[in-house]
Design a binder for this molecule. Structure first.
Ligand SMILES: Nc1nc2c(ncn2[C@@H]2O[C@H](COP(=O)(O)OP(=O)(O)O)[C@@H](O)[C@H]2O)c(=O)[nH]1
Ligand SMILES: [Mg+2]
Ligand SMILES: [Zn+2]
Length: 425
């Protein structure tokens, strides 16, 4: 008997953990009965993965102890794959940057804002593909935005714990003679709602968005190996997001008069150069070849530097109202984003030109977008010099702009674009 699914399924899918191409009929199921622990690849505490031979009338697989099973797993790495991956193609987006540059805060803030806003503003549905798999990100979002200590002033750095190179964000798979560590993706479904202008095309436009939050250390030279392919998603990504923290650059701190704050300084262009060399290697480009996917340089922590450097964010977000079926919705104004990017680039060129050189020799198209994951209510503790915030006052700035820019450039029809349309990549 073959597996029957109720909704249309893809002919092939890509595992978001190990990137193997899988046919739906090759998928494994995850046992549900409590006695069926001890998977050959994942270890003694994980339920056994199996290829089903018996099904319930509803099409659920039946495990060796007679329990119905719904959870799916990859036949190669045995890691869990959400059911939505059978119905919607994967859309990979990588986020990378130096340690402490603000990747985890950015990611949490961006997904929180996406959940809150895309429904009414863009008539899209953005949901966890599998809440269990996104648990860590959900915890980050809660810590930043629905913290039970909302009214208390908390050191900013205490809200989200540092991303570990080992542990919960990574999965270890035993392939007999080799253990391989994979970065766990965060997976979301993004699909047009019934009132979206392209609702009829919903089946073709829907995507499983796969986001990766790597520990910065994984981007240090030599940290990606066959046993530790934690950054291979870069070459699969439709758009790359390089998180650049201006506060780690001493010249930026000088220019923004932030010299008296406690500081972690680091050079960040080596991360970008390392990412470029890995992408070239995985994508088979020559050592000087340019990648043809958009590179979005996300400048984080703008709450601290945007006033002195750029005089603040532009008035309003780069969105414009469009009318569909007599109701207003938002379209994305690519020109406004590109104009502001040109302003940012101009300053960056004066202050840290090597970031621009590294970015622009890597990708043909580079865009620079400042963001703040927490907004402008950050206050400096006069005793310690550390930033503090009341979680109830967090108000992200421009965090969805990089994501909408990426979606507008890499998908067709999901987000309305106002102004001249460009080739999608
Ligand atoms: N002022 C300010 N600080 C931030 C912001 N985002 C992150 N940070 C600080 O930067 C630190 C490192 O951020 P994190 O996201 O953990 O960095 P990662 O190592 O790149 O994941 C945090 O502990 C925060 O203190 C922001 O938007 N504004
Ligand atoms: Mg992190
Ligand atoms: Zn896999």
């Amino acid at each position: 008997m073959t597996i029957t699914y109720t909704t249309p399924i893809l002919r092939n899918l890509t595992c978001p953990h190990c990137w193997t191409t899988i046919k739906p009929e090759e998928m494994l199921f995850v046992s549900e009965h409590i006695d069926l622990l001890g998977d050959s690849k994942l270890g003694s505490d994980q339920p056994i993965r199996f290829r089903p031979t018996r099904f319930t009338v509803q099409g659920e697989a039946i495990d060796a102890k007679g329990f119905p099973c719904l959870r799916l797993a990859c036949p190669n790495c045995h890691l869990q794959i959400p059911r939505a991956s059978l119905e919607m193609p994967a859309h990979f987006l990588s986020i990378f940057g130096a340690p402490g540059s603000g990747k985890s805060y950015y990611l949490a803030s961006m997904t929180w804002e996406m959940r809150r806003r895309v429904g009414e503003e863009f008539r899209l549905a953005f949901n966890d593909a599998d809440p269990e798999m996104n648990q860590h990100l959900n915890e980050y979002e809660e810590a930043l935005f629905v913290n039970s200590r909302g009214a208390e002033s908390i050191p900013l750095g205490d809200l989200i714990r540092k991303t570990e190179t080992q542990g919960d964000l990574y999965a270890s798979v035993n392939f007999g003679n080799q253990n391989v560590i994979y970065a766990r993706p965060f997976l979301f479904t993004l699909q047009p709602r019934n009132d979206h202008p392209q609702a009829k095309q919903a089946e073709n436009l829907a995507r499983v968005i796969c986001l990766y939050d790597n520990a910065g250390e994984s981007f240090q030279p030599g940290a990606d190996t066959a046993a530790n392919p934690v950054t291979r998603h870069l070459a699969r990504s439709r758009a790359l997001m390089f998180v650049f923290d201006p506060l780690q650059d001493v010249r930026f701190r000088q220019a923004a008069s932030l010299m008296d704050k406690p500081r972690v300084l680091s050079r960040q262009e080596p991360v970008l150069q390392e990412a470029a060399s890995r992408v070239r290697r995985y994508a088979g480009l020559s050592s000087r070849g340019q990648h043809d996917r958009p590179l979005i340089v996300v400048l984080t922590k703008a709450d601290q530097w945007i006033e002195p450097i750029l005089g603040g964010f532009p008035e309003g977000e780069p969105l414009r109202t469009v009318v569909h079926n007599e109701r207003r919705m938002n379209g994305i104004d690519l020109n406004a984003i590109e104009q502001f990017s040109a302003k940012v680039r101009e300053q960056l060129l004066k202050i840290s030109p090597e970031i621009i050189a590294a970015a622009e020799s890597f990708c043909k198209e580079v865009i620079y977008i400042p963001t703040s994951a927490v907004g402008s209510h950050v206050v400096v503790d006069p005793e310690t010099g550390l930033d503090r915030i009341r979680p109830a006052e967090t108000a992200p700035q421009w965090v969805t702009v990089p994501m909408f820019y990426a979606l507008a450039r890499t998908t067709k029809g999901l987000v309305p674009i106002v102004g001249p349309r460009r080739r999608s990549l």
